[in-house]
Design a protein around this ligand. Structure first.
Ligand SMILES: [Zn+2]
Length: 406
């Protein structure tokens, strides 16, 4: 029988036991749906009366609905419970180095619509563009009045309290407010988060594995930059001032290429998509030249992966070197944090079969114990839009997460 997962409920000191039971019950429905009241009572080890009363509350406020019945061996056929997600919508926004993506999806992260445009690096210009696009998107998909909020993920560090972007090297942002500007411009509740942390939250709250959410893991994103979301004992590790988890800026070689952060030889300067593309095009990665190089060549990381698949040696070599450096970075994570598993998200997961032997070779050579070397690496397919799911989780997870003390 399942042990009750307390996850972040330890922090919910102002909540009553009834509120906590309500959240636990909602999460049990989310993780095991469809599920009957009797099964919930067994899993929670509380009386049927308590479950019936909590379920009635959750049905009344629209969080849970009764779906189909199932055949029971005898007696009444139980009504199965589901979390209501389909008509509760979220706009997820992923701001990246070159492109910005918008996705309208439901509370479970199922996409309804997506659009993309060239990233506007000026924060006021970006907010103005989003202000134009969001109402249009909602109107087109008959979603006006159904949107519960906007989740925004950025390639940088975000202050949890103020929502300000502390430093996003790819965008050149330092101490920038987008959250409050976007909220004021659209009238929606806006939540903002560092992209890798948001991807980790999506693993915790939107996972569809029919089981407990992972509690000790790292989510590594490899995109235009490289970042990590760390989860220890069911809590995201943010550090004292919200800047923890910047594994992309672990130095690999102090004399290596200049990174977007201004230092030299960071892991990111060897393993990001921009670094892989520069290598493929025969250049050392350079922040000053990359944007121009990409504009001139019009080649994307997906093209390099496709060329490697079709047997082009130069493309395979560029990816292989990325894999070796990524192995070093993952070994650092394994040796410092000893996570139960590491998720890897980003376009390069499409070439995972080609990359993983080199990654595992490096990890095997560098991990300090054989169990550490065996830490599962799980590619999160790019086709599931992990960053946009992460943005969605920022709004949807509040429903499921423990009531927090401010
Ligand atoms: Zn760096």
């Amino acid at each position: 029988m399942r042990k009750i997962n307390t996850r972040s409920f330890v922090r919910a000191t102002r909540s009553t036991p009834r509120e906590i039971n309500r959240q636990i019950l909602l999460n049990l429905v989310r993780e095991h749906q469809p599920i009957s009241r009797a099964d919930l009572a067994r899993r929670m080890r509380v009386g049927r009366g308590m479950v019936t009363s909590l379920v009635s509350e959750l049905i009344a406020d629209g969080s849970v609905y009764e779906g189909t019945t199932v055949d029971a061996p005898r007696g009444r056929r139980p009504m199965m419970l589901h979390v209501r997600t389909h008509d509760r919508l979220v706009i997820g926004i992923d701001v990246r180095f070159s492109r910005t993506y918008l996705m309208l999806s439901d509370f479970s992260g199922t996409p309804i619509a997506m659009e993309t445009f060239d990233t506007i690096v000026d924060p006021a210009g970006l907010v103005a563009e989003l202000r134009r696009r969001i109402p249009r998107l909602l109107k087109t998909y008959k979603a006006v009045g159904k949107c519960n909020g906007i989740g925004l993920v950025v390639p940088g560090m975000v202050d949890r309290r103020t929502g300000r972007v502390l430093n996003a090297p790819q965008l050149g942002w330092r101490d920038v407010d987008v959250r409050d500007q976007l909220a004021a411009a659209t009238g929606f509740d806006v939540q903002i988060e560092n992209a890798p942390i948001a991807c980790a939250l999506a693993q915790m709250w939107l996972g569809q594995r029919g089981g407990d959410a992972p509690r000790d893991f790292v989510y590594v994103t490899v995109s235009d930059g490289v970042g990590a979301g760390l989860v220890v004992n069911g809590e995201v590790v943010r550090g004292h001032n919200s800047t923890a988890g910047e594994f992309g800026h672990v130095p690999i070689d102090p004399h290596g290429p200049t990174c977007l952060c201004g230092s030299r030889g960071c892991l990111e300067a060897y393993t990001s998509n921009l670094a892989t593309l520069s290598r493929y095009l025969g250049h050392e990665f350079s922040p000053a030249e990359t944007r121009e190089l990409l504009n001139e060549s019009r080649i994307s990381i997906t093209d390099v992966i496709a060329r490697a698949r079709s047997g082009e040696a130069r493309a395979s070599a560029a990816l292989h070197e990325t894999a070796r450096h990524l192995g070093v970075g993952l070994a650092v994570i394994i040796n410092t944090l000893n996570p139960a598993q590491i998720f890897v998200g980003g376009e390069i997961t499409e070439a995972w079969d080609q990359l993983s032997p080199a990654i595992h070779d490096i990890i095997n050579a560098r991990a300090l114990t054989s169990t550490a070397a065996a830490t599962p690496l799980i590619p999160d397919p790019a086709s599931s839009y992990p960053r946009l799911r992460g943005a969605t989780a920022l709004i949807a997870a509040r429903e499921f997460a423990a009531p927090q003390v401010a």
